[in-house]
Design a protein around this ligand. Sequence first.
Ligand SMILES: *Cc1c(COP(=O)(O)O)cnc(C)c1O
Ligand SMILES: [Zn+2]
Length: 442
Amino acid sequence: MTFTAEFRCIAGCAGGYALDEVIYRCPKCSELLEVVHDLEALRTRSADDWKALFGARWRQVEEPFGSGVWGKHEWVAPQLESQHIVSMLEGGTHLTRVPRFAAALGLGDVRVKQCGTSHSGSFKDLGMTVLVSSVAQMIARGRPIRAIACASTGDTSAALAAYAAAANIRAVVILPRGKISTAQLVQPLAAGALVLAVDTDFDGCMRLVQDLADREGVYLANSMNSLRLEGQKTVAIEIAQQLGWQVPDWVVIPGGNLGNVSALGAGFDMLYHLGLVDRRPRICVAQAAHASPLHASYTNQWADLAPVKAKTTLASAIQIGNPVSFKKAVRALRAFDGVVEVATEAELADASASADRDGLFTCPHTGVALAALTKLARRGDITRDDRVVVISTASGLKFADFKVGYHEARLADVAAPVHRNVPLELPERYDAVRDALVRGLG
Ligand SMILES: *Cc1c(COP(=O)(O)O)cnc(C)c1O
Ligand SMILES: [Zn+2]
């Protein structure tokens, strides 16, 4: 049996386009494209056989199936030949329980999908392995692609630079100057990417890179390119797999450009349509209050997008006022009985620190999702009987300034950090150290 997938217009225009065509938008109406799989072909293998196959490949040593993404090869990019796969063993991340965080909210089963414990430190690796592998195949087949380019608030560029370096393809990264963390700037530099730091915000970088892709023969790696979403989608499949092919009642995910919530929906849809699960979860998109155009639409009966100028937020990867995948996100949220919640700077910082007390080391975006969960629990929208999965999108290690600033109470918008913890500075005297110990453990 051969499995196939192609690009189609999300607005429903007729026609499909091969996944190795250089095309990002519908040529008829300019809407985004999405990857549509031949589900009939996939159905020739039973749900139980798919489960068994995915189970046998899970974290196995044989390349590339140990990758959480390529273990699902047929569902992701069926026409991509294995020899072109560029993998860093992404995915297969832990679904960690946070029992004390849950108990404090009166909840039962809350788990965090640790997507940040990945090759470049964020869940962007899941999509980038698919995109860079696809470009490697396009180049091998003679397409004239000079480089792969993206606009980024940090994590996309880190992932692109790493995977492009591994594939020996040039990467171009366009960043808002002075608006990303040191760790995020240094990752593409280290991987040898051409880094252009432009005096604008993310939305400005996005406009520039789209023009470059149209005119200069560089391939666009932003999430309007739906190849990436095919890799990101595997988060949903992994969650179900890790729960014994059950879906949770709720999934909470931070959202900025909104490609990932669409991907999450697409993953759960495929599981449902191919019979591996028997229902859909509800989805909550969590936005920073400083950058919340989706929330504005949600509270206004899913009104059309009104782009905003995003204000500075600690959750820098979702500081986006004009989300490219808005329509896809609304479609997914409507299908999944979804909600949108916002978190202030103090709420996201305290929620992040609270989950750290269960042994995590959460990034601010994960903090936004945890703060949204906190609000839904306090309102009684999510209760003790609900099984909840929170998507953690990046490693807290990329955001050391945020962590240190929190515990030293130096963050501008977080006046009174609830979980503050600082070292006790002591002289080298046994009694002083002992007193501090006794008081500290008190
Ligand atoms: C990209 C990113 C997000 C948001 O994903 P979107 O698809 O833009 O909504 C959230 N958190 C982190 C750490 C990211 O890098
Ligand atoms: Zn169209």
